[in-house]
Design a protein around this ligand. Structure first.
Ligand code: PEP
Length: 254
């Protein structure tokens, strides 16, 4: 009942020319209609990306957004500016924003609220560090990170569980670790929004997801797609993950 979402977070990779070539190649393939597909290029490539993808099966998103709609915030981009160029999705609270750029639960929430107020769909990222997992604090961290999400509109919210120790490291959560965390998050969402709304919210797994492990992770009961960094940069591996998601959604195994 939850349509899988396969989202590529390109981080600071690909300018306009590379973005154009990538999307042309992706669109030349038959993107399955049973999977929602999203690409999130850097800001400067967003106008070119929306021009190519508008009207296709591929959605285009931004990697960050500011919480104010206008003002003296050098270097920031506001939600209405993204909407103006045809952006429909935004990633918020990515662990790289948290660890490298001082993002907190409070600023991530403020960004998500502003995005939803401008009618953007939000992918809200959470996840524990290795130290936190080793200290047995995973669920406490996830509880803290989701504490204020009740202030958001659940119908325009996707949660991304991204254990920080698995991002860009080649180390992936085991199927058991991922399902355990996702099931915990589903219960948290039920406490915040009620069972029916929680059952409809997609929870993505992120952390070294690639064609090799996509089938194992994407078939898990509470894993509704993936947020993919490294493996999304190559159009063939991204397409392979999309196809794996379509197969899992159909209830088959590869
Ligand atoms: C990410 O950046 O959200 C991510 C999951 O990266 P990677 O797939 O490279 O681990």
């Amino acid at each position: 009942m939850r349509t899988p979402l396969i989202a590529g977070n390109w981080k600071m990779h690909k300018g306009v020319a590379e973005t154009t070539g990538y999307l042309e190649e992706l669109l030349a393939e038959d993107v399955p209609t049973t999977v929602d597909v999203l690409c999130c290029p850097p800001f400067t490539a967003l106008p070119a990306a929306t021009m190519i993808a508008t009207g296709s099966a591929v959605h285009i998103g931004a990697q960050n957004v500011h919480w104010e709609s206008t003002g003296a915030f050098t270097g920031e981009i506001a939600a209405p500016m993204l909407v103006e160029i045809g952006i429909t999705w935004v990633i918020v609270g990515h662990s790289e924003r948290r660890t490298l750029f001082g993002e907190t639960d409070a600023t991530a929430l403020a960004r998500a609220k502003a995005a939803q107020a401008a009618s953007l769909e939000v992918i809200y990222c959470i996840g524990e560090s290795l130290e936190e997992r080793d200290a047995g604090a995973t669920f406490a961290v996830l509880e803290r990170q989701t504490e204020a999400l009740g202030e958001l509109d659940p119908t325009h919210l996707v949660l991304a569980y991204e254990p920080v120790w698995a991002i860009g490291t080649g180390r992936t959560a085991t199927a058991a670790q991922a399902q355990e965390a996702h099931a915990f998050l589903r219960l948290r969402l039920a406490a915040l929004f009620g069972g029916e709304a929680a059952a409809a919210i997609r929870i993505l797994y992120g952390g070294s997801l690639k064609p090799d492990n996509a089938n194992e992770l994407l078939r898990l009961a509470d894993v509704d797609g993936g947020l993919i960094g490294g493996a999304s940069l190559d159009v063939r591996s991204f397409s392979a993950i999309i196809r794996a998601a379509a197969v899992c959604a159909a209830g088959d195994t590869l």
